[in-house]
Design a protein around this ligand. Structure first.
Ligand SMILES: [Zn+2]
Ligand SMILES: [Zn+2]
Length: 190
């Protein structure tokens, strides 16, 4: 597990790279992978700490709208969704969306929007979830199954929406049934 000592080592290695953007990027990348690994292990507190540290390094050494910062904002937002800390999730997903609107990549913009849609879903605001997901329709959408292995950026015409709440979109029946375990808690007739 993530103990205090390895934590300290990571921190030392980050501060040692100095303020060079390229160093921050490569360091950020490996720390980002570590954050994903911790998320997979269910260590959300460790993942949160890791993401925050990476964000701090990136914000101080990269241009404001660097795509790499968007990756970290989005990643931390996803961790907060898993922790059910919805205000925190929104706090990072909104700037991830703004940043990706400016600098792309457009495929990731759809993913951040879908994540924010999940936040609204969890708050019980299905109309708002639908609105955010459709904001860049019809061309830039994504499947709402987080583990979807299909193409990531899809047009609305290739997606089917949940017939009950009409607020969430999937590329296949398989993706809908995979996500149902999560979505059924929030789905209601619209
Ligand atoms: Zn899918
Ligand atoms: Zn539904």
């Amino acid at each position: 597990m993530f103990d205090a000592l390895s934590d300290l080592n990571v921190f030392t290695s980050i501060t040692a790279v100095g303020s060079g953007g390229a160093d921050a990027l490569s360091e950020g990348l490996s720390c980002n992978q570590e954050a994903l690994r911790l998320t997979d292990l269910g260590d959300y507190i460790g993942a949160e700490r890791q993401h925050k540290r990476v964000i701090q390094v990136k914000e101080s050494s990269l241009p404001k709208y660097h795509t790499s910062i968007g990756i970290s904002y989005n990643g931390l937002g996803e961790v907060y969704i898993l922790m059910n800390r919805l205000d925190n999730a929104e706090h990072y997903l909104l700037p991830a969306i703004e940043l990706r609107k400016t600098n792309g990549p457009i495929m990731d913009l759809a993913i951040s929007r879908d994540n924010l849609g999940k936040v609204y879903e969890m708050r019980g605001d299905l109309a708002k979830a639908r609105e955010i997901r459709l904001q860049d329709a019809p061309n830039n959408m994504c499947c709402s199954n987080y583990t979807c292995t299909g193409i990531m950026q899809v047009p609305l015409s290739r997606l089917s929406r949940c017939g009950k709440c009409k607020s969430i979109f999937y590329c296949s029946q398989k993706c809908q049934s995979v996500d149902w375990k999560r979505h059924k808690k929030y789905c209601r007739q619209q």
